[in-house]
Design a protein around this ligand. Sequence first.
Ligand code: FE2
Ligand code: FE2
Ligand code: FE2
Length: 164
Amino acid sequence: MSKTEKDLKEAFAGESQANRTYLAFAKKAEEEGYKQVAKLFRAAAEAETVHAHNHLRELAGIRSTKENLETAISGESFEFQKMYPAMIAGAQDEGIKGAERSFTIANEVEKVHAALYQKALDNLGKNEEHDYYICKVCGYTAEGEAPDVCPVCGARKVAFYKAD
Ligand code: FE2
Ligand code: FE2
Ligand code: FE2
């Protein structure tokens, strides 16, 4: 890997993190009543997404939808088969309960994502239409309609919102 390819990966990771961090900061600013600051955080977050997408494009990381679904399936599968199980074990060893819970719920939801992507890949081109609902507590992603109780975190139906 060339230095520049490595730099693109690092910059993509950093810009992606800045996007999510700023959105979290915007939410906090709203809660604290700083509407203008919240707006600035959201604007900068959008700009960091532009940078992240530019870097990803230069990495040739955006391909056909069929290939992108395959990439997404292997990414989600790596997370629930290797990455999160090792992280959960590490958090248990170190007795860090919050991290253990955070890793565990993400691990459960990544399994669901891998399955949803696999289904979408299998049905690619069939023009099926479904809505998706996301649990705002744990990220559990439901196809069709929101469940009465989240199967991952136990939150009630009101915790779900519809994806765009
Ligand atoms: Fe940036
Ligand atoms: Fe995921
Ligand atoms: Fe949930």
